[in-house]
Design a protein around this ligand. Structure first.
Ligand code: NAI
Length: 340
């Protein structure tokens, strides 16, 4: 199939081209993000391939449909950036990569926990500057601490398993409890209780209308003073200005983010010679007890290989049969279990 691949970086190209040796699609790579303005670039392409910050709202989808596009292949798990009812109305099939490497995201999550706790990000800078003082670098033992996992699906379950290995007590909140997590001794409790009892809270639920700003001012007030919050799911699951207030008051002890509500204008680009225009993000970056990574939790060799293979396999299946096992349908948006 002739496919316009949007938001491509050199690594996307490399992994997709390698996998395409087995699929033989005609891939055309565009650096641009897909939105209503750039959608005309896809005119004449029956397939488009997109990533997390491409914006497939109704106007963009209308442009695509007018240009003859019938398939949107997401090369990611989450589909919160696609207006699925509009796609269905326009006869555009949307497919995704439901799972590639939950380990990649889970291991990065634990990396954020360890770095924040032991202040490795600060120690790295300090030692390079010839400052070997330990003042301000004290952390805590993870063993015996309580970790609350919000969303115990594929990624949350791996995080739970790793933290179990550290000797943490595990709490979970998920409308669909996972028997694997229960086997680890994870105790399912209401969200309010999880927030109140956890030393570390880590978010692994999809972004849905139910999880939008799940961590807001009220939720933050329930936290133990000094608790750590980690978000590697989707930025809008937390209300960032509310989190900044909680950091300023000292109630929230530390914050690790791999995702940010307004990341679309910033992440995946080198803006190092520019002034950051987003004041909320700029404020976040001033805190010594905050680590922000630019949506890199998925970014391992194994994950990129799996993403490329599944994405091209989805396109092949659609081309050959007109359907795809990994199709996302509009009604899945309201089913909380179908995030990703
Ligand atoms: P999954 O679908 O296996 O698990 C999600 C879990 O969240 C399910 O068990 C579901 O029941 C639960 N859930 C749904 N609504 C909830 C709610 N209101 N409260 C609590 N739990 C709820 O998805 P997976 O693969 O574990 O991915 C989780 C999220 O991680 C994705 O939705 C995506 O947004 C994010 N992600 C981030 C990446 C990154 O690079 N930072 C890469 C891949 C995924």
């Amino acid at each position: 199939m002739k496919v316009a691949v949007f938001s491509t970086k050199s690594y996307d190209r490399a992994f997709l081209q390698e996998a395409n040796a087995r699929h033989n699609h005609q891939l055309e790579f565009f650096q641009a993000r897909l939105d209503a303005q750039t959608a005309p670039l896809a005119a004449g392409y029956p397939g488009v391939c997109v990533f997390v910050n491409d914006l497939l709202d109704r106007p963009a989808l209308e442009q695509l449909a007018q240009g003859g596009t019938r398939l949107v292949a997401l090369r990611c798990a989450g589909f919160n950036n696609v207006d699925l009812p509009a796609a269905e109305e326009l006869g555009v099939v949307v497919v995704r990569v439901p799972a590639y490497s939950p380990h990649a995201v889970a291991e990065h999550t634990v990396g954020l926990i360890l770095s924040l706790n032991r202040k490795i990000h600060r120690a790295y800078q300090r030692v390079r500057d010839g400052n070997f003082s330990l003042q301000g670098l004290m952390g805590f033992d993870l063993v015996g601490k309580t970790a609350g996992v919000v969303g115990t699906g594929k990624i949350g379950a791996v995080v739970a398993r790793i933290l179990h290995g550290f000797g943490c007590r595990l709490l979970g909140f998920d409308p669909h409890p996972n028997p694997e997590c229960r086997k680890l001794g994870l105790e399912y409790v209401p969200l309010e209780e999880l927030l109140a009892r956890s030393d570390i809270i880590t978010l692994h639920c999809p972004l849905t209308p139910q999880t939008y700003h799940l961590i807001n001012r009220d939720a933050l007030q329930l936290l133990k003073p000094g608790a750590m919050l980690i978000n590697t799911s989707r930025g809008a699951v937390i209300d960032t200005p509310a989190v900044i207030q909680a950091l300023k008051s000292g109630h929230l002890g530390s914050l690790g983010l791999d995702v940010y509500e307004e990341e679309g204008d910033v992440f995946f680009q080198d803006l190092s010679d520019q002034v950051i225009q987003d004041d909320v993000l700029a404020r976040l970056l001033t805190f010594p007890n905050v680590i922000v990574t630019g949506h890199q939790a998925f970014f391992t060799r194994e994950a990129l290989q799996a993403i490329a293979e599944t994405t091209l396999g989805n396109i092949t299946q659609f081309e050959q049969t007109g359907r795809c096992t990994n199709q996302v349908r509009a009604q899945e948006v309201v089913k909380p279990a179908q995030g990703g």
